[in-house]
Design a protein around this ligand. Structure first.
Ligand SMILES: [Fe+2]
Ligand SMILES: [Fe+2]
Length: 364
């Protein structure tokens, strides 16, 4: 950081060069949040009558819009000295905000498209409320980035970002999990900072409690959608897919979080503790609909996650190094990550029986 950059505009210009957040958000790698597209017609054919009662209750709650006025800056929004922030922390925090904003906006884009294409009134109503919420979430994070002079150009992102096609059932598994893990991440940080307010280095964390309730409801909606068709969670093949998505979503989160040591240090959070905590909450919640949970206490669980994480770090270093040596190292590291993932996938799961009534309330 150039110490002579004194005015806000100078700082903005300088940081704009350093953090091309729109490019960061547009990039497609294994670890970045993706944009999804699916077979919208198939999703539009879902009949929610098997879960009608629970469905109507959830929709009424979403319609009442409890967080309507929540995502606005008020007197609790303390001024942040971006210029004085330690550069390593600033880089990782901006990366965290961009990645969160992209994930929120990814939900917004998918849900809005479903609402736009659908004809089924139940489905259209649900997706309009969910896209409303995600637009607020993404917009609120982007406001925080704007203060640092590095807002993501969301309009550009919609056009430029690559979309990944997932069959509807994969959308259910992946999106259900990302909503519930989003809830668990936000509430765990919120509770930690409630107990350690001196570690709250940015005001956005104060908004996380009401925020995570939105994510919780979104997850509930996907749980109900899955309940409309028992095959989705009961067939042999689909159980393998659920196991795959649980493993992939958890492993991705582990690698991503470990790439931000300064950010977690500033929060006073041990990353291994935080991740295990989030996995535990997500596992416990997802038993509402998944007939299994991963064995988070298996002796191979954490060591294998660590191996995968170190393989990802090696992949990145090899890419930076370039040349033939770099390419070979990258290949070796990729194989190491792949083997690690296979090992994680093969850890025996704990079977469970989802309860008759799927609905849950946020309890953490
Ligand atoms: Fe969200
Ligand atoms: Fe959400």
């Amino acid at each position: 950081m150039n110490v002579h950059a004194t005015t806000h505009d100078e700082l903005r210009a300088e940081m704009g060069d350093k953090f091309d957040t729109t490019a960061m958000a547009t990039e497609t790698t294994l670890l970045q949040p993706r944009f999804y597209t699916t077979d919208f017609d198939e999703m539009d054919r879902i009949d929610v009558s098997p879960v009608r009662e629970e469905w109507d209750t959830l929709i009424a709650q979403m319609k009442s819009d409890p967080n309507k006025g929540h995502f606005k800056k008020n007197a609790d929004w303390d001024k942040i000295d971006w210029e004085g922030m330690e550069p390593g922390l600033k880089r990782e925090f901006i990366d965290f905000l961009v990645s969160s904003c992209t994930a929120e906006f990814s939900g917004c884009v998918l849900y809005k498209e479903m609402k736009r294409r659908g004809k089924n009134p139940d489905i259209c109503e649900l997706f309009s409320y969910m896209s409303r919420d995600e637009a607020r979430h993404a917009g609120f994070i982007n406001d925080a980035l704007r203060e640092a002079g590095v807002a993501v150009n969301l309009g550009f992102l919609t056009k430029a970002k690559k979309y990944t096609y997932f069959r509807p059932k994969f959308i259910y598994y992946a999106t259900y999990l990302s909503e519930k893990i989003g809830y668990a991440r936000y509430i765990t940080i919120y509770r930690h900072l409630e107990a350690n307010p001196d570690k709250r280095f940015h005001p956005i964390f104060k908004w996380f409690r009401e925020w995570c309730n939105d994510e919780f409801s979104h997850g509930e909606a996907f749980a109900l959608l899955m309940r409309t068709d028992p095959k989705l969670t009961e067939s042999f093949v689909n159980k393998l897919w659920i196991r795959f998505f649980l493993t992939a979503v958890f492993a991705t989160m582990y690698v991503r979080d470990h790439a931000r040591p300064e950010f977690h240090k500033a929060l006073g959070v041990d990353i291994d503790w935080y991740d295990q905590e989030v996995f535990r909450k997500t596992s416990e919640i997802s038993k509402q609909v998944f007939p299994m949970e991963l064995d988070l206490d298996h002796p191979a669980w954490l060591p294998t996650l660590k191996r995968i994480e170190s393989a990802f770090r090696k992949m990145e270093e090899a890419e930076k190094a370039g040349g033939l040596g770099g390419r070979l190292s990258k290949l070796a590291a990729t194989a190491q990550a792949g083997l690690g993932f296979a090992r994680l996938y093969l850890i025996p799961v704990k079977k469970s029986t989802p309860p008759a009534s799927v609905r849950l309330e946020p309890a953490y």
